[in-house]
Design a protein around this ligand. Structure first.
Ligand SMILES: *[C@@H]1O[C@H](CO)[C@@H](O)[C@H](O)[C@H]1NC(C)=O
Ligand SMILES: *[C@@H]1O[C@H](CO)[C@@H](O)[C@H](O)[C@H]1NC(C)=O
Length: 498
């Protein structure tokens, strides 16, 4: 018997074994019961991948990096079911290569978005809570920050220092330690960005002025950063917008620089953006960004960086449905970006920065909704349990009674008629759930994407991007295209701004 036959024999044994389980019988009358269905599916992918590895490798002229913050593998698996079925495939999952990035930071086994972002954008690991400063700088400590310790990016010893008020509240001088919003507008890197879209307007305007929503800004230095941004782009068309209507009516061929701040605070969850709201969908922001970046005059290529911070925020509130809706919008935006660019000269990356504490305990039936029905019954307390749960977060108090212990989750859910607001149980009570520390999955296609397969440290991603695009001659002098800093970056990252 050759090896293939042995495998088929084993598989058949497995299929027979499974066929006796009650769960499988619930999914009836479709192709999955036919062995050819699985064989055909695998063969198609086999040939697609075989052809792909035979292609010539170009320099990556353009780079697109999509980050789903908190989009752990458990999140992707559960979101697949939520958005169509266990066999649903998100656009980013169709990228040809994938690998696992170890996300720990220098002082913490589990990273936060600040040190994780520092790793994959600057190529150096650092301490938790710090942004683009080397690992000798501790969070919140401006006394250890000097110019030599700044890595090439937007640098800050604390990811919470979004406006100058945050810096001075921490006992530091805003004259020597520039806040994140200020760096985005005036910093050595930030001032070159062609397109910046996101939320967090409150950090860009002074306390004496109100923003489009009627609320006052937070800046105590009196600066109106959008105005200063426009003045600094003299002779160019620098357009500042705050609504989806303004975005939709842009003639991008006339605009040289674009700044869009679409919310006073965090951008809302995709699931909460109502028709007629001022907030553009992620897919729209990506579309207009690419229109700006793909102008013929950008002959050196571009870097598009898109971060969705709301998957992580939804997990922090223990609201899995909001997280899964967000994943769907993220995947849709990625899909459109993928279709607008060419894999021959564009390196596409989709990954998560940090994990989540979401788990999928066994053994829910295939057809069941993990956020609404029981996965099984506990053999210890005889109560049902849901197909999803969190290790930490505010939903603890909803699912555990004082003195009585665990409540019946199905009864608890009856009291939450709004499906999107439904939570899943958390073991440890916390006002906001924390991030998870499992490896991040990195998906990639395009020039040199195969370098991102296997297991590696998260900061390797930045080095791969530099190599693939020959940034700073990082590819052995074989450079034919150099990505100029004057090119582009899109900081949709609500996290850095908000
Ligand atoms: C998922 O499986 C169902 C049932 O076999 C099938 O009808 C559907 O086309 C599959 N969807 C995808 C995206 O493969
Ligand atoms: C700048 O671009 C905007 C957006 O398309 C346009 O409305 C405006 O007229 C342009 N301004 C100038 C001075 O060209």
């Amino acid at each position: 018997m050759n090896r293939w036959c042995v495998w088929q024999g084993l598989l058949l044994g497995l299929v027979l074994l499974l066929a006796t389980s009650p769960e499988l019988r619930q999914v009836e009358g479709h192709e999955e019961h036919d062995a050819h269905y699985w064989q055909h599916m695998a063969h198609e992918l086999l040939f697609e991948k075989k052809d792909y590895t035979m292609q010539k490798i170009n320099v990556a002229k353009n780079i697109m990096v999509f980050v789903g913050s908190g989009m752990s593998q458990a999140t992707v698996t559960a979101a697949r079911f939520y958005n169509g079925g266990d066999n649903e495939t998100f656009a980013f999952e169709r990228l040809k290569w994938s690998g696992n990035a170890r996300t720990y930071c220098v002082d913490s086994r589990v990273p936060d978005s600040a040190c994780a972002g520092t790793a994959f954008l600057t190529g150096v690991k650092s301490n938790r809570g710090t942004v683009a400063v080397d690992p000798t700088v501790q969070r919140g400590d401006c006394s250890t920050l000097d110019a030599a310790k700044k890595l090439t990016s937007i640098a800050n010893p604390d990811s919470g220092w979004e406006s100058d008020a945050d810096v001075t509240a921490a006992g530091c001088s805003s004259a020597t330690t520039s806040d994140i919003a200020h760096q985005l507008i005036h910093g050595d890197i930030g001032k070159h960005f062609k397109v910046i879209l996101g939320g967090g307007r409150k950090n860009f305007i002074p306390t004496a002025q109100t923003d489009a929503s009627g609320a006052p800004g937070l800046r105590t230095d009196g600066k109106n950063l959008p105005q200063e941004w426009q003045q600094s782009k003299q002779g160019k068309n620098a357009t500042y917008i705050t609504t989806v209507g303004e975005l939709a009516s842009l003639d991008t061929s006339k605009v040289d620089y674009l700044l869009g701040l679409f919310d006073y605070d965090h951008l809302p969850f995709s699931a909460d953006i109502a028709d007629g709201s001022d907030t553009p969908a992620l897919v729209r922001m990506v579309h207009y960004s690419l229109e700006m970046l793909q102008k013929p005059e950008h002959t050196d290529g571009f870097l598009l960086f898109v971060e969705d911070g709301n998957i992580r925020r939804a997990h922090g509130q223990n609201k899995p449905r909001k997280a899964f809706e967000q994943v769907r919008h993220y995947a849709g935006a990625f899909n459109m970006a993928k279709m607008m660019a060419n894999e021959q000269n564009t390196l596409f990356i989709s990954m998560n920065d940090v994990g989540s504490t979401l788990t999928l305990p066994g053994y829910a039936a295939r057809s069941s909704d993990p956020t609404a029905t029981a996965a099984g019954t506990s053999d210890a307390d005889a109560l049902p349990y849901l197909g999803l749960s969190y290790a930490t977060g505010p939903a603890h108090s909803t699912y555990y009674g004082p003195g009585t212990g665990r409540l019946d989750p199905l009864k608890v859910l009856e009291g939450m008629p709004n499906a999107l607001e439904r939570t899943c149980p958390a073991v440890v009570p916390m006002a906001e759930g924390v991030d998870g520390g499992e490896d991040a999955t990195v998906y990639a296609s395009g020039p040199w994407a195969f370098m991102l397969s296997g297991g590696y440290e998260q900061h390797f991603v930045a080095h791969t991007i530099a190599f693939a695009s020959c940034m700073d001659g990082a590819c052995d002098g074989a450079a034919t295209a150099v990505l100029s800093l004057g090119a582009v970056l899109l900081a949709l990252g609500v996290r850095f701004l908000v």
